[in-house]
Design a protein around this ligand. Sequence first.
Ligand SMILES: Nc1ncnc2c1ncn2[C@@H]1O[C@H](COP(=O)(O)OP(=O)(O)OP(=O)(O)O)[C@@H](O)[C@H]1O
Length: 255
Amino acid sequence: MTDTLLRTESLVKRYGGLLVTDHVSLDIRPGELHAIIGPNGAGKTTLINQLSGELFSNEGKVVFAGKDVTALPIHRRARMGLLRSYQITSIFEGFTVRENAVLAALGAKEHAFRFWRPMLGRDAAVAAADEALRAAGLAARADTPAADLAYGQRRQLELAMALAAQPKFLLLDEPMAGMSVQESGAVVELLKGLKGRYSILLIEHDMDAVFALADRITVLVYGRVMFTGTPDEIRENPEVKAIYLGEESTQECIP
Ligand SMILES: Nc1ncnc2c1ncn2[C@@H]1O[C@H](COP(=O)(O)OP(=O)(O)OP(=O)(O)O)[C@@H](O)[C@H]1O
């Protein structure tokens, strides 16, 4: 096996004449937390959509766990363990936090194992759910109705539901968006706890969070990969500095 879990080769998405992702090639290793940063409109969300299967690409390839998944729809990629956190996150308001996580665990397993194991035992689903709630920092709220959760805790539940489905690879699009400083601090801590156990692709505008968490960072500008490197390499790269310190973009600061 290679030491790449997810690879893109020269991936392109265009809308009419607009080239939104421009021949993007990435290699993401098992257990890596890989962040994508870049100015507004750089194509980050579009790229995640191309990886999850929400959008098909005009050119290029997506290879996951050694298999070419470029032509596979979203649910087939999810079944292989390539999951975007909100894909499965229709939170049921009237159910408790634990019940929501159990449903996510059952849903995933029914799909994944239908052919050789008709039903996942409820005990196994509850165990997966409880483990996911612990990892997402929600164990103490397991019996709370989902409707009673604060905004930040709902985002934590979304993450827990993705984890309960036991992904191999998690795509996270701005998991801290709209959170208070305390809430996003809590999510940084919980993502630190997940590091190494899951492979994660993170898009996030909170640069402190990105630099605290990422093993490697890719900078995307006008749909093109400008540079991929460790946080220290990113800090030292003159082109990246120009984008983040220059007039062109963004109030975001590299910490
Ligand atoms: N369905 C679409 N049709 C036409 N243009 C689109 C479509 N979706 C996205 N775009 C354009 O593609 C470009 C990249 O958008 P995208 O949302 O991927 O960027 P982003 O890096 O995620 O931005 P942000 O940081 O603001 O979330 C933008 O110019 C956007 O207007």
